[in-house]
Structures are given as C-alpha cells and as structure tokens.
Ligand binder design. Structure first.
Ligand SMILES: [Zn+2]
Length: 247
C-alpha cells in the first residue's frame, strides 16, 4: 500500500459526516476464527446441508454436536485482534457511525464497538424454537445436547442465520438505513460474495459515496468500485489507517 493512498483514505475518513464499516470473515481470521468458505473453511469439512433450518428442526440430535464443535468450542477462545480494536477506536473518536458485520463471532462488541448490526446473527445468543424467547449463550449449558429451553424445554437454536432462513427484517432495515446515510464505506475482510449482505457497499457507492477497501486478496470490489484499495492483513492495515486518520 502506498503512503499516498493511506493518507488520502485517512483524509476521506476525517472529512466524512457518516461512515459505515462493512466487515466479514477476513477480519476475524487473525483471531483464529475459521472462515466458512474456501480451502480450510468450515464448509470444506462440514456438510452445509446439515445447517439448513428444516434439517436442523428434524435432526437436532445430529446437528447440535456439530454446532457445539464448530461454534462453541473454538470460538469461545477467540479474542478480538488489532483490526477489531481499531474500529472501536474509530467509533470512540466519533468517526465511525456503525458496523455492519457478516460475522457471527461477537468480536466487534468484545473489542468495544457499540453500534454493530449483525447481519447474519450471532453465536452469542440462542432462541427457543417453541416459545421464541432469547437467551445469552453463555448461560446455556452444552453438556446435554440438544440443550433444552430453560423456560419451556423446547428446542434451542443459535441465533444466527441458517441456510434456508431469511435475514431478520430489523437488522436488514437498520443496515440498509445506515448504508443509505453513509458517505464512506470501509470494507474490511470481505469480498461481498454472500448476498444480500454483499450489496451494502453498493448502496453507499450508488449514492456517490466513497469505498475504502482493506483485503488480503483482490475481490470483486477491488478494481471496480473501490476508490481506495489498501491491500494486506486487516490486523495491520486497519490500525495503520486509523492511526493516520486520528493523527
Ligand atoms: Zn422455550
């Protein structure tokens, strides 16, 4: 990344009256959270068909041990990395209005970010399929699987979006509303291949906004819609950008 691009992107961030960060798996890889897609990803090892909502409802005894293995043994030890902290710092400085994340690991909040729209939900909550009550996942014991609802004994489901399940209306509305106001979209660790989430930067771009992209590898945004493409690891590039922005 040239210092020129970094300085210009920092200036754009300073001058923006509303900035949104759009994040994906790439920001959490350095925290040890495996990506879903690609070689070494979750779907290279596990059959995505088991994570369809209808299959889960019919076969919770089969699917819950997989959920525990993928999301509640490794993720529990994942900690935010410098990229998560940099976004929290940018928000505290009044230069970031919110994050729309595709990640379900809760690491943005753990790093101190306050406005986080979890587009695909979160592993940190569970919902009862019967009484619809929500629970903090840390209060649910996973010794006995599937874990019963503490209120009614019904089937608990992690509150993230399964295959065959729509994006919750409220989070979709909040995310698109923020994108509709943003002058700058900071894309971090995502190529936007998953829709409808991947369209968020285009909402900003189509209104004349500026896209600043930080990714390790080229994406479909890089040489088409991104105004600034700062290539490299999120845990390195993002703190550099935030330091340059805050001076
Ligand atoms: Zn219940």
């Amino acid at each position: 990344m040239s210092n020129h691009a970094l300085a210009n992107a920092a200036r754009v961030l300073r001058e923006s009256r509303c900035t949104l960060a759009f994040t994906g798996a790439g920001i959490s890889v350095e925290s040890g959270v495996p990506p879903f897609r690609g070689p070494g990803g979750v779907w290279a090892k596990y059959d995505p068909a088991k994570f369809e909502k209808a299959y889960f409802r019919r076969n919770p005894e089969e699917v819950w041990p997989l959920l525990k293995e993928i999301f509640y043994s490794r993720l529990v030890h994942a900690k935010p990395n410098p990229a998560h902290y940099a976004l929290a710092e940018l928000e505290r400085a009044g230069m970031l209005d919110g994050i729309v994340t595709q990640n379900i690991d809760g690491l943005h909040q753990e790093a101190g970010s306050l406005v986080v729209h979890e587009y695909h939900g979160s592993t940190r909550r569970m919902q009862c399929m019967k009484c619809r009550e929500f629970f903090d996942a840390s209060n649910i014991s996973l010794e006995k699987l599937p874990p019963p609802c503490p209120v009614c004994g019904g089937l608990l489901k992690p509150d993230f979006v399964f295959f065959g399940e729509g994006i919750p209306t409220d989070v979709h509305r909040a995310a698109t509303d923020l994108a509709g106001r943003a002058e700058v979209c900071l894309i971090v660790g995502t190529g936007g291949t998953v829709v409808p989430a991947g369209r968020i930067p285009y909402i900003v771009k189509n209104r004349g906004g500026v896209l600043i992209e930080i990714n390790l590898h080229d994406t479909s945004y890089s040489y088409t819609v991104s105004d600034y493409y700062l290539q490299g690891k999120a845990g390195t590039r993002l703190p550099e950008l935030v330091a340059a922005t805050l001076g």
